[in-house]
Design a protein around this ligand. Structure first.
Ligand SMILES: Cc1cc2nc3c(=O)[nH]c(=O)nc-3n(C[C@H](O)[C@H](O)[C@H](O)COP(=O)(O)OP(=O)(O)OC[C@H]3O[C@@H](n4cnc5c(N)ncnc54)[C@H](O)[C@@H]3O)c2cc1C
Length: 390
């Protein structure tokens, strides 16, 4: 495999040129906004940018043309995400719909569901949130207690979700709920599509350590959705929910690695400016991060080259590695920043980029499957060790 993907360099030039031309004027000020720990920033403006991308065919780049997507090859997708991150374009607001729900509807949805939802995801007209976690169901997701029953008008849902990113500005929630009374674990669950703007849904933002409120508690009290808004067969929701998680580790990880490189560059610049670079220990730690980042990039490429293949452990190894790397970057950043990094620079609680990076990166080893969960996957599915007792 040619990992320099040289035949696609013309495409790289096209993406880079488009981003340079369009990240200007009203959008110029959005550069760098909305990254991890900063999702609360400039939502309306980022939404406008996301719709601008859509108008020019830069949403759904991996989606096949039959569903309105751009149908890029795998390497072109890698290039798109790398160039997007390199340009410092703002984080897209619509990624849960575009990268998770869209592909799931293509695989499991009915024709009506696809026609109803996919065009609106592509056009960034409807935003989605993910209602999986509950107070008693995070790592142990099969412990979902939210219930749903079908009456004459449709599904009626009762329960509570938590850590629901973006629910406070989304129109729709995809969730898993127990639809077969008395069922246990991953049996008897269904995957439902639920409108958020209704009386039975209450969204309460959770204030985070970073000062922002990116995720929420969502209370469902007699919430309703139409009878045909179940994806896959009723009772078979676990399969759909797990397939959706499989899309989470897609091509965009290469963009993530480029984003990490930008963050590291910022820390190195600060170290040069404030003299911290003169400390050989700091230099050594920065050099270590740089070298490991290169390894991460190759790991990400390796993960893509074995999608659906034999290396079942690759996504878990990559998740463990990047979470560890990013947390260390946050720690080194604070050391470079020095003592004044311990206080917020403006009232009431306005943190700068490095402070946010440090605090938010603590969550990297939790979301998307915690470190312990990844190690359990590796132990059981790759090393063949005995399964943990439940
Ligand atoms: C920034 C962020 C955004 C999120 N966004 C969403 C979202 O949009 N939608 C959504 O549904 N969820 C979301 N989550 C929730 C996330 O999926 C959960 O936090 C995660 O699954 C862990 O679950 P938990 O928080 O209940 O912790 P728990 O599962 O209670 O785990 C607590 C600790 O115990 C460890 N642990 C748990 N079980 C085991 C075990 N069997 N063996 C060893 N150790 C174990 C864990 O590794 C962890 O360290 C988000 C989380 C974060 C941090």
């Amino acid at each position: 495999m040619d990992l320099s993907y040289s035949e696609d360099e013309a495409f790289r030039a096209e993406v880079r040129g488009w981003l340079e031309d369009h990240l200007s004027g009203e959008f110029a000020g959005l550069k760098g906004l909305g990254g991890p720990g900063r999702e609360h920033e400039a939502i309306e403006e980022r939404l406008a940018w996301n719709r601008h991308l859509a108008e020019h065919g830069w949403t759904g780049v991996s989606w096949p043309a039959e569903h309105g997507g751009r149908g890029l090859s795998l390497w072109q997708q890698v290039i798109f995400h790398e160039e997007y991150a390199r340009s410092d374009a703002p984080n897209r607001v619509n990624h849960l719909g575009e990268e998770l729900l869209g592909p799931t509807l293509m695989a499991f949805g009915t024709k009506e569901q696809q026609e109803r939802f996919l065009p609106r995801i592509l056009a960034v007209e409807e935003l989605w949130a993910q209602g999986y976690s509950e107070p008693g169901a995070g790592s142990d997701l099969a412990n979902v207690q939210t219930r749903a029953r079908l009456d004459t008008d449709g599904w009626v849902i009762d329960g509570q979700k938590v850590w629901t990113s973006n629910a406070h500005f989304s129109q729709w929630l995809f969730l898993i709920a127990r639809t077969e009374p008395g069922s246990q674990r991953h049996h008897g669950l269904s995957f439902l599509l639920v409108p958020i703007d209704q009386e039975g849904v209450e969204v309460r933002p959770i204030r985070q350590l970073t000062g922002g409120s990116e995720f929420n508690e969502v209370f469902l009290t007699g919430a309703r959705t139409a009878p045909d808004l179940v994806v896959g067969e009723p009772g078979d929701g676990w399969r759909v929910a797990m397939a959706l998680l499989g899309f989470e580790r897609g091509v965009s990880v290469l963009g993530q690695v480029v984003g990490f490189a930008r963050e590291l560059g910022g820390v190195v610049r600060l170290a040069r400016d404030n003299g911290a670079i003169d400390d050989p220990v700091v230099r050594d730690r920065l050099a270590g991060l740089k070298a490991e980042l290169e390894v991460l990039r190759w790991q990400a490429l390796r993960g893509l080259s074995v999608v659906g293949g034999s290396d079942a452990g690759a996504p878990s190894v990559f998740k463990l590695a990047w979470a560890r790397w990013h947390k260390r970057l946050g720690e080194v950043a604070m050391d470079v920043r020095g003592l004044d990094g311990l206080v917020a620079s403006a009232a009431p609680y306005e943190l700068d980029d490095l402070q946010r990076l440090y605090l938010f990166s603590r969550a990297d080893s939790i979301y998307g499957g915690s470190d312990e969960v990844q190690r359990t996957i590796l132990a059981e599915r790759v090393l063949g060790l005995p399964r943990e007792g439940r």
